[in-house]
Design a protein. Structure first.
Lengths: 445, 384
């Protein structure tokens, strides 16, 4: 068709070529969309045995032995565990299959707290998990996060992310600061530490060190905004606030830009990027905000670097970052059994086992108080008693901020502004803020 | 087919004469159907599959694009062309379009030129030719995500390998993730790394099919290597060049893996400096907006755009790779003359042409003309 040597009219040839290109476009486009994992479910055998699939991501700490124990206690049930490498993959998988009517979903789907604003808009897609027997198992705010406005509970809490400060004791010492974890906690302000305390110590530190104080402006801002209960939206109505007149957000923005860029405390890194990974091996920064689950990623990247430690302190009171839930999609074939398994997996005993295996800090009160968690230490962080420290940090958390359907869109526009100032350095603070306002306006809220 | 079908009526001759005419008529008709329809039947599996996996999604996407459609909530109200208007109204869409075209130009143009050069080198008499030929394909078999992750780290701003290397020769570090053009160059490098060898092999296959006599004739005429390349090789592989340019246009306008894996967030950076249109589509559909209606509208706009740019490329490539502007004209005139001559010859020897172009009678002259045209089109020397 494309050789175009046939003695026909020009227009016809053009039409043929158009058709050829169009079909080629289609054929090649069709190749682009691949199908993914077969998280198949409910293979039911003749003897009435059922098979339950649990889909998680990263590392939930649900070992094969743990699941085998459930199979032993519940004859006739086999549990299959599928894991996605990244939570983003799991999220795409979940939302796409929910959109397709639930076909191919696992019986139990793990979700992150950040996905809840959009999922709670469609509570009918999930089984109501509320159970009077389980009342008081979790922290109150953890249960509230997964409760829909009409009182349905769509997820059982697994872990939470109480935040402490992780720091490099060797860099502190080299800069002439105290390096012992109790002294550092005191240095940063102790029980009533403020962000200004944290930044002030940073200014002293960077004067006598080549390293930066913290990794980047965006994670620091993330820690600050997570302490504002109604950051971008009105909790009563769910309506987004106008960003231009949101003085709370603007003040935090100014404060973090002042510390990160003007005072030079930031290493100018974006979390999870290649530079961020490399900075752990290059003494890029001395401290970072550190939710319990962050100890794992730090150890992964900073292997061979001595001196990491955890201080039992967090600026501005307590703070929570992240945490997950187990949900039971309503389309599953065995929702009752799945609910039972989800309740078992999130029971204190199992969550303690998960904590010991993967470092996911339990959201269950009983698990937090348990001997195993309280006495848990982390060898990589100079044998810091992380169980005790993160329990104390969890108690300092006053509640969970309100995050409505537009939270992450608005948050993204502010984060992008900070990245432009701090990481790519293509704009100054005011121009970047104007950019955030434009981005907010284009959301059309 | 054409050979088989006339034999079918033969056995009917032995049958009783009363039924013979009808039988013959039917089987003749069958035979004609066979000739006419069979080829289409044989290629139909592709088109049936294509209708299911290509055409249906296309039409359904058009259906989605005129509705309000949330990823989780599903179909909403009919909104007509509102989604298209919304998309065209978004500055990010236009920014993504500029990025896409910029990355496409930065990748496709050097890619095709480099591939054709490599192919010309591989077409020479080399020792261990298969080794070199396979060697250029190695980047292609590496998973695109892996390539992108590795290159993303190499092009890191602070601790990246590339900035480290150019630092040795005294060049200031380049902001691969902060400067818009630099990020496009980096992403184009990833694309080129992967696709140049692949295209080179396609060109090589076409070059191997060029008759060696043409080169011999060119050498006798005193043409050097470069002249041989431009006057013999390039015109001879014109159809392949068109094919490669169009496929790389389609691929280039749909760049996704490379930009998605280029940084941590995978959404084109804080200023959307390297957000391509496909990435924008992904963000609209699966990002914070979850708006399938708008995403479907983006998909359709992109589809139309790719056809348009593909057409422009098709016309441009035809011009560039024919050796002179007057050649196609001469070729066509020549073709027509050949056709006339063949018709005249046909009408003189065989049955009157007034009976109309019966399939059997019409075929030989047109076939001859086609062969003549093919020769006229591809070897312009003959015309002069």
């Amino acid at each position: 068709m494309l050789s175009s040597t046939r003695p026909t009219g020009r227009s016809r040839r053009l039409a043929a070529a158009t058709a050829g290109i169009a079909s080629l476009t289609l054929a090649l486009t069709a190749c682009g969309s691949g199908s993914d994992d077969g998280s198949g479910s409910d293979a039911e055998s003749a003897s009435g045995e059922i098979s339950l699939t649990v889909a998680t991501f990263n590392n939930f700490g649900y070992t094969d032995e743990l699941l085998a124990r459930y199979e032993a206690e519940n004859p006739g049930v086999t549990v299959e565990h599928v894991t996605a490498a990244r939570s983003e993959d799991a999220r795409t998988n979940l939302t796409t299959k929910l959109a397709a009517g639930g076909e191919g979903l696992a019986d139990i789907e793990a979700i992150e707290v950040d996905w809840l604003p959009e999922l709670t808009q469609y509570p009918d897609l999930f089984t109501d998990l509320s159970d009077p027997e389980l009342e008081g198992r979790w922290l109150d705010w953890k249960v509230e996060q997964a409760t829909t406005p009409d009182g349905k509970l769509i997820g059982y809490g697994t872990d939470i992310g109480p935040e402490a400060i992780c720091y490099r004791a060797d860099l502190f010492e080299a800069a002439g600061l105290p390096s012992d974890r109790e002294e550092v906690a005191e240095l940063l302000g102790g029980a009533d530490a403020t962000w200004e305390d944290y930044f002030e110590v940073g200014r002293q530190f960077v004067e006598s060190s080549d390293s930066a104080w913290f990794d980047g402006a965006t994670p620091t801002y993330q820690g600050m905004i997570n302490q504002v209960m109604d950051a971008y939206e009105d909790p009563a109505t769910g309506e987004p606030k106008d960003l231009a007149s949101n003085t709370v957000v603007k003040d935090l923005y100014d404060q973090v830009v002042q510390a990160a860029v003007t005072d030079g405390l930031s290493a100018g890194l974006e979390q999870w990027g290649g530079d961020w990974d490399a900075a752990f091996q290059n003494d890029g920064f001395a401290t970072m905000l550190c939710p319990a689950w962050m100890t794992g990623p730090i150890e992964e990247r900073a292997g061979g670097v001595d001196g990491w430690d955890v201080a039992d302190v967090f600026p501005g009171g307590g703070g929570n970052w992240g945490g997950s839930f187990l949900t039971v999609p309503a389309s599953g074939a065995h929702t009752e059994e799945a609910k039972k398994l989800a309740a078992w997996l999130t029971a204190p005993a199992q969550q303690i086992a998960a904590f010991e295996s993967a470092g996911t800090f339990p959201s269950q009160l009983e698990a937090q108080a348990s001997e195993q968690v309280q006495s848990f230490t982390n060898g990589f962080f100079s044998d810091a008693p992380v169980g005790k420290i993160f329990s104390a940090r969890a108690q300092a958390i006053e509640g969970a901020p309100f995050k409505g359907p537009n939270y992450f869109s608005i948050h993204q526009s502010v984060q992008n502004a900070l990245l432009r100032v701090d990481v790519t350095k293509e704009q100054d603070a005011e121009a970047a803020w104007q950019g955030a306002l434009e981005e907010f306006a284009s959301l059309g809220l | 087919m054409a050979v088989l079908s006339p034999t079918q009526p033969a056995p009917a001759r032995g049958r009783p004469p009363g039924r013979a005419p009808r039988r013959v008529g039917f089987s003749q008709r069958l035979g004609r159907w066979d000739v006419k329809l069979s080829p289409y039947l044989y290629i139909s599996p592709f088109f049936v599959l294509f209708a299911v996996t290509g055409l249906f999604p296309l039409v359904y996407t058009a259906f989605v694009s005129v509705h309000q459609w949330n990823l989780l909530g599903g179909q909403g109200e009919f909104v007509g062309l509102q989604n298209y208007a919304d998309v065209l109204d978004q500055p990010i869409f236009w920014r993504s379009l500029v990025n896409t075209v910029s990355i496409f130009v930065l990748s496709s143009v050097p890619q095709v030129l480099l591939a054709i050069t490599i192919a010309a080198l591989l077409d020479q008499n080399l020792r261990a030719a298969t080794f070199w030929r396979m060697g250029v394909l190695v980047p292609y078999i590496v998973a695109p995500v892996a390539v992108s992750m590795i290159f993303g780290r190499m092009f890191a701003d602070q601790y990246g390998l590339v900035n480290g290397l150019i630092g040795i020769v005294g060049i200031d570090p380049v902001g691969w993730h902060s400067d818009r053009l630099a990020s496009h160059v980096a992403i184009a490098t990833i694309v080129n790394y992967r696709w140049t060898g692949y295209n080179a092999l396609i060109f090589l296959a076409a070059m191997q099919a060029v008759p060696r006599e043409l080169y011999e004739a060119a050498v006798i005429d005193g043409a050097g290597r470069v002249r041989q390349f431009f006057s013999v090789t390039v015109p001879q592989i014109r159809a392949t060049i068109i094919f490669v340019v169009i496929t790389s246009t389609i691929g280039g306008l749909q760049i996704f893996d490379e930009v998605r894996m280029y940084d941590a967030a995978g959404l084109g950076g804080p200023s959307k400096n390297w957000m391509t249109t496909v990435l924008y589509l992904y963000d609209v559909a699966w990002g914070n907006q979850k708006n399938f209606g708008r995403a479907a509208a983006v998909a359709w706009i992109l589809f139309v755009l790719i056809i348009a740019i593909g057409m422009i490329n098709f016309l441009l490539t035809r011009r560039i790779s024919t050796s002179g502007p007057s050649t196609p004209k001469v070729g066509r005139r020549h073709t027509r003359a050949l056709l006339e001559r063949a018709r005249a010859a046909g009408s003189a020897t065989t049955t009157p042409p007034a009976a109309g172009p019966a399939p059997g009678a019409g075929a030989p002259p047109s076939g001859g003309a086609r062969a003549g045209a093919a020769r006229a089109g591809t070897t312009p020397e003959e015309d002069r």
